[in-house]
Design a protein around this ligand. Structure first.
Ligand code: ARG
Length: 305
């Protein structure tokens, strides 16, 4: 459970990292109107070196002062080709899934496309394994949107945008299971998606045996087939799986297990303050103009999948 305090701490830390290295990243979510000028005025903050080809040994994320002077958004090297390459793992409805046309779709995909539009760049989405997203940022992909929780550990490798969604881990159990508290999880066989915060939580549960899956749905299938006692996964996917496996499983709120709140954000190359600022500005515009809420209604509250 310590990790979860850490995650919350990390969320706070993330904001201050960005505030420290962006030219003027206003901190957390909503607040403040954002002006029209994010469409890429030049000038100002030197793009961070590690966004370029040389697979960037992460520099300290602190080009602070020199960047601080200007309001104009600098252009990130990552966007030199006019394309924002986005990594996701489309196994996480309603945030990302593969639609009937075989394409990645979902809340996150719609959000990053809207962000790209505001930024004036083309968005290309690459569907890959969740566990390799963070390490691919700055090389194979520019950024990742994947219902990814800000954690202290990930902050060693990447920076995060402002957070755009609050979540918590849920516990999916077979219908009629007696699992109802943190105590009950001890010694259980627990399914998780590899490399997720659910995986990290399960890892800390006393005497639990943890089965890691590349696809969350495979874990839920094994749960239904009696191979697992429970699955730990984020709230919204848990609710989607609950309705998909209607009558066979129940999704229980992680608050009942003392799981801490998590924050989703877009992972960006460490030190790329210009990109962070552009993404944060675009995100803020989408919040201010109502697009963000419309996407929440369509994809998350609408039960669309
Ligand atoms: N929020 C969890 C994490 O960051 C799970 C995210 C899984 N996302 C996905 N697209 N499969 O670890």
């Amino acid at each position: 459970m310590k990790k979860f305090l850490a995650a919350v701490l990390a969320a706070v830390l993330c904001m201050s990292v960005l505030a420290g290295c962006g030219s003027k990243a206003e901190d957390a979510l909503p607040t403040e109107g954002v002006s029209e000028e994010n469409a890429g005025a030049s000038e100002g903050a030197a793009p961070a070196e590690n966004a370029t080809e040389d697979n960037g040994d992460s520099k300290e994320a602190a080009p602070a002062e020199d960047a601080g002077a200007t309001e104009a958004a600098a252009v990130s090297e990552a966007l030199a080709d006019g394309v924002l390459n986005v990594g996701t793992n489309a196994e996480f409805p309603p945030f990302e899934y593969v639609n009937d046309n075989g394409e990645p779709d979902g809340f996150d995909i719609a959000l990053i496309k809207a962000i790209g539009e505001k930024m004036g760049v083309e968005v290309q989405v690459d569907n890959m394994e969740f566990a390799s997203l963070v390490s691919s940022i700055g090389t194979k992909i520019d950024v990742s949107i994947a219902g990814m929780t800000v954690t202290e550990e990930r902050l060693n490798t990447v920076d995060f945008s402002n957070s755009y969604y609050e979540a918590v881990q849920f516990v999916i159990v077979p219908e009629g299971s007696s699992i109802a508290s943190a105590e009950d999880l001890k010694g259980k066989t627990i399914g998780v998606q590899l490399g997720t915060t659910g995986d990290f939580i399960a890892d800390e549960i006393e005497d639990a045996s943890v089965s890691q899956y590349n696809k969350a749905v495979d874990a839920v299938n094994d749960l239904v087939n009696g191979r697992l006692d429970c699955v730990i996964i984020d709230k919204n996917p848990a609710l989607v799986f609950q309705s998909k496996f209607d009558g066979k499983v129940t999704a229980i709120d992680g608050a009942q297990f003392d799981f801490e709140v998590e924050n989703y954000a877009i992972a960006i190359p460490k030190g790329d303050a210009a990109l962070a600022e552009q993404i944060n500005n675009a995100l803020q515009e989408l919040i201010d103009d109502g697009t963000f809420d419309a996407l929440v209604a369509e994809y998350i509250e609408g039960g669309n999948e």
